[in-house]
Write a protein that binds this ligand. Structure first.
Ligand code: AAL
Length: 428
């Protein structure tokens, strides 16, 4: 008898407490840890982030931009472009950056007119380019040093254009990976593999390996046409090289192609690189920008794809999850990452780097890109409240500048007309 009473009391207590939990409103002071109670999917998800508030989320940040000094763009006439900066490194007491440089005395005529391109008239903004480099003492004022990797002679990979480079420092040597075009971009598409050059000093001289180190995929594979934005980091004693590919091109869709990021791993800078079987490893983004963070790697995922405008994180360097959603992200960013090549297990994160603005003049007839500095707080070593704010207030004028097209206005007016006609006809 006593036992059954205890059992009944116990059951009542459990049922009561469960019922009580279900009926209690979510508390005013949000629990720091996920509470043991029924939660909506959205609140469940809110506890998956590094913090349940953006300002305390180490992988949330806003970005601040500063115009750089030291680069001449020929009054923005479209004949000179600098774009797709590498990561920034610090050596010999100064910062170094490498980037795509075009200056053939002509403006780009556009990828659609690639067949009219010549050996001085570029098709795309990055056609007929070389890899240049610059140095700086403060990251704001830069001194262009000149060419690092010129286009090699035919038939070496990159004879048409060498672009979109990134730097690896490995066992005291320097390696520049870059897109190696062997046709004017736009001829078939933005098609290219990746090649590499190396040097004993960041000031060169650079020796081209004269071989493709990241080949295009086989016909029918996602990365069969383009291996873009090579981006090496050191992890687990190996070279983890992330890259982008454009694929699933369907002219009837807008945009006509999908952009995702892949990973290739090697034990030596000249390869062989083995593509990861789970490629693509990031489902969005337009260029690759990543940095070691704690034991994993973080990625700035901007511009394209279902998860653009996010900062993502992969503890295993392969399986990425959204860590934060943010705004005004740097395009084609090359961060300064002090521990990019140290094989760290406690990545400290980033606070600045260079990125670019394409079509900087807002005039496609003189299309050119410019380099810019960005600053952020994606670092374990600083906490800048101003960079942890959110909701950049764009002016009414800015919003009006994103106005309706004539087609959209016409659609709306037709809808109004149909409504008014149905009203006259007695419709509701
Ligand atoms: C960039 C990068 C690659 C593309 C082109 C130049 O943003 O994705 O380098 O080929 O655009």
């Amino acid at each position: 008898m006593k036992k059954s009473i205890f059992l009944l009391l116990g059951f009542t207590f459990i049922a009561g407490s469960l019922f009580a939990k279900e009926t209690e409103a979510f508390p005013y002071l949000m629990p720091e840890e996920k509470p043991d109670r029924p939660l909506s999917a959205a609140v469940e998800r809110n506890y998956d982030y590094l913090s349940n508030r953006p300002a305390q989320n180490e992988l949330f940040t806003q970005f601040k931009y500063t115009e750089l000094k030291g680069f001449d763009y020929n009054d923005g006439d479209g004949t000179v472009t600098r774009r797709d900066p590498s990561k920034v490194i610090f050596a010999n007491g100064k910062y170094y950056v490498w980037y795509t440089f075009r200056n053939t005395g002509h403006k780009a005529i556009g990828m659609a007119r690639a067949k009219e391109a010549t050996d001085v008239i570029p098709s795309a903004d990055w056609d007929l380019a070389d890899i240049y480099y610059a140095t700086s003492k403060d990251g704001f004022n830069w001194e262009e040093q000149g060419v690092a990797v010129p286009r090699p002679p035919k038939p070496q990979p990159g004879w048409r254009s060498v672009t979109t480079t990134d730097i690896l420092v490995w066992e005291g040597k320097y390696y520049l990976y870059y897109q190696a075009f062997m046709e004017a971009s736009g001829t078939r598409g933005d098609f290219c593999p990746v090649a590499v050059s190396w040097a004993d000093s960041p000031d060169g001289p650079w020796t081209a390996a004269n071989k493709i180190v990241i080949p295009n995929g086989a016909p029918g594979e996602w990365d069969q046409h383009s291996i873009h934005d090579p981006y090496p980091l050191v992890h687990d004693g190996k070279i983890y090289l992330y890259y982008k590919s454009d694929f699933d091109t369907r002219p009837d869709k807008k945009p006509t192609k999908v952009r995702m990021q892949g990973l290739a791993i090697a034990e030596h800078p000249l390869g062989p690189f083995k593509k990861h079987p789970l490629n693509p490893v990031i489902n969005s983004g337009h260029e690759t920008t990543l940095f070691p963070f704690k034991e994993g790697v973080a990625a700035i995922v901007q511009r394209d794809g279902m998860e653009h405008h996010t900062i993502q994180y992969a503890e295993d360097w392969v399986n990425f999850e959204i860590a934060a959603i943010t705004e005004l992200l740097p395009i084609a960013a090359g961060p300064y990452i002090a521990d990019a090549f140290t094989d760290t297990r406690d990545g400290r994160g980033i606070t600045w780097g260079l990125s670019h603005f394409t079509n900087a003049a807002g005039d496609w007839s003189r299309n050119h890109s410019i380099l810019v500095r960005f600053d952020c707080d994606l670092s374990q070593d600083i906490h800048d409240d101003q960079l942890k704010e959110h909701y950049i207030k764009f002016s009414p004028e800015f919003h009006y500048s994103q106005g309706l097209s004539s087609q959209q206005l016409e659609r709306i007016q037709n809808e109004n007309k149909v409504l008014q006609e149905s009203a006259r006809g007695g419709g509701t």
